[in-house]
Design a protein. Structure first.
Length: 266
């Protein structure tokens, strides 16, 4: 199975981009991670970059596509942030959300996990078939029936989280219950709240049905994000993965890689 990956990350209206992302591919598996930092005074960007670096390093040492592996990688990132909080007073409260996707292109399977309100969406035939659920106060209100789902994006306490990387207690990432069987044409979107706040699921589906590449899909959605944002717009980041059948040009395969926006074949 061929994987096409594209990424974007922008500061929005902020002076510093506290989002971070990365991916690593090798031995028939690919791991992607997107993080959103929090904590202020520079702590957020430190936490998110540390989380990405630690998570991908863990997968490079043990490249397994499973919920158990993702949980272990996130636990390593959580511990790394906790330990780094003690290195400077300004970092004492730094936190980061995280969403991780693992894809086994040989066995055509995927797994994922997340902590916080950075999301993963899976699309099949241009429709959302999987959407992660935020670890937030507002999401709990929706689940309890006190708030309509369509009102979640504009709720006053939408950014109030009860789970993130950097917490000593209650480390409980949400994980896919079992491996997800992939089909050619499936697409994944990993994104921070600064991205999904300004574009709803129906608009994501519509954009997906009108484009011919992962990069074009992200750019089409980014146009909507920018149009609806304001001067105080949050950082926004998104990573897209398209799963397609390999063609003759892919016969040479791909070497392990880590980086930004690109296309890879596994």
């Amino acid at each position: 199975m061929r994987l096409e990956i594209s990424v974007l990350s922008k500061p929005g209206g902020r002076a510093v981009n506290e989002d971070a992302f990365g991916f690593w591919a090798g031995s028939g598996v690919c791991f992607c991670v997107v993080c959103d930092g929090a904590g202020g005074q520079g702590g957020g960007d430190v936490a998110s970059k540390l989380a990405v670096r630690t998570t991908l390093a863990w997968f490079q040492d043990d490249p397994q596509c499973s919920g158990q592996a993702i949980e272990a990688a996130l636990a390593a990132a959580n511990q790394a942030i906790i330990e780094h909080q003690e290195s400077a007073s300004r970092l004492a409260n730094m936190r980061a959300t995280a969403v991780v996707l693992a894809v086994d292109s040989v066995n055509r399977a995927a797994a994922w996990g997340h902590l916080g309100d950075s999301r993963l969406y899976c699309f099949r035939r241009h429709r959302v078939v999987v959407q992660t659920k935020d670890h937030s106060v507002v999401q709990n209100m929706v689940d309890a029936g006190y708030l309509r789902k369509e009102d979640l994006r504009k709720a006053k306490e939408r950014s109030k989280l009860f789970a993130a990387l950097g917490q000593v207690e209650n480390f409980e990432p949400a994980l896919a219950r079992s491996e997800f069987a992939l089909a050619a044409g499936d697409a994944f979107l990993l994104c921070t709240d600064g991205f999904w706040e300004y574009i709803d699921e129906g608009e994501m589906e519509c954009a997906l049905s009108e484009v011919r590449s992962a990069e074009e899909w992200l750019r089409r959605m980014e146009q909507q994000v920018v149009q609806r944002g304001d001067r105080e717009q949050d950082n926004y980041s998104a990573l897209a993965v398209w799963c397609t059948e390999p063609d003759a040009a892919d016969a040479l395969g791909a070497s392990p890689s880590a980086g930004t926006a690109t296309n890879i074949s596994l």
